[in-house]
Design a protein around this ligand. Structure first.
Ligand code: ADP
Ligand code: MG
Length: 259
């Protein structure tokens, strides 16, 4: 089978370097994420987690190394032995494969929950309004918002807005969803409803990379946890490894603060 030549790696980052001016923020990050895998990235503030996530969908250019999603370079084309930046159009097309849920929900305030969800399927994927609407209602139901399809973001709680953002991501049928601290801006009482939607997705086999310090979520949903510090991955393992026997002093220190 031709398809069998490809491994089940959805996202591969190889020796990714990124600097902002003289500040080297990513100092050679390599990570493979397999199909159906949920990987949590933890680490102190400023360690480069957001930058790494943003490099994966090419919201940031990389200065070295490469990132592929489903075997395709993200943001670049190979030209001889060099990488040259891709056209906007081609980058936009690649991004449709990569869902992204940010700390802030970034919903369109003047569109209802359902309109937010169907926007990209209609305008980017060219789905009919009817088909997108049917799917959108299904997805909003799946995240527990069947009764909020016609509601504007301003009338939704932070947790509800974040669930709309998740439904909006799912509507694009992405190969991979990136979450960057999706609950850190939420009131504690609605954090759980967002985490349980994410947990369900993980168990249903969505491929996910989740920057989060919610170790309860990691324990329930993560196949692997990756610890970043100062622009490198210093340790990785199962959630149990991090609970029971973290190796690095930095990891121990960090976990003692968040657990
Ligand atoms: P984390 O998400 O782990 O907290 P970030 O990736 O946001 O870390 O940031 C890593 C470092 O890069 C920090 O020192 C931050 O100040 C810096 N940084 C992030 N984005 C920019 C930017 N656009 N310009 C300059 N410095 C940046
Ligand atoms: Mg961050």
């Amino acid at each position: 089978m031709a398809g069998a030549l490809m491994t089940d790696v959805v996202m591969r980052a190889e020796d990714v370097h990124k600097r902002f001016g003289r500040l080297e923020v990513l100092k050679g990050v390599s990570l493979d994420v397999q199909q159906r895998e949920t990987v949590c990235i933890i680490g102190p503030s400023g360690s480069g987690k957001t930058t790494f996530i943003r490099c994966i969908n090419h919201l940031e250019k990389v200065d070295g190394g490469r990132i592929t999603v489903n075997g395709h370079l993200i943001g670049y084309r190979q030209k001889g032995d060099r990488l040259v930046e891709d056209s906007e159009k081609s980058i936009a097309r690649q991004r449709t494969q990569i869902g992204m849920v940010f700390q802030r929900f970034n919903l369109f305030p003047h569109k209802t929950a359902l309109e937010n969800v169907i926007e990209a399927p209609v305008h980017v994927l060219g789905q009919s309004r009817e088909q997108a609407t049917e799917e959108g209602v299904r997805l909003l139901t799946r995240v527990g918002l069947a009764d909020k399809t016609g509601t504007y973001p301003g009338k939704l709680s932070g947790g509800q807005q974040q669930r709309v953002a998740i439904a909006r991501s799912l509507a694009m049928k992405p190969a991979l969803i990136l979450f960057d601290e999706p609950t850190s801006a939420l009131d504690p009482e609605v954090t759980g409803e967002v985490l349980s939607v994410m947990e369900e997705l993980a168990h249903e086999g969505m491929t996910m990379i989740v920057v989060t310090h919610e170790m309860g979520f990691a324990r329930e949903a993560a196949d692997r946890v990756v610890m970043m510090d100062a622009g490198v991955i210093i340790e990785e393992g199962t959630p149990e490894h991090f609970f029971q026997a973290p190796e690095h002093e930095r990891t121990k220190q960090f976990l003692s603060k968040i657990l």
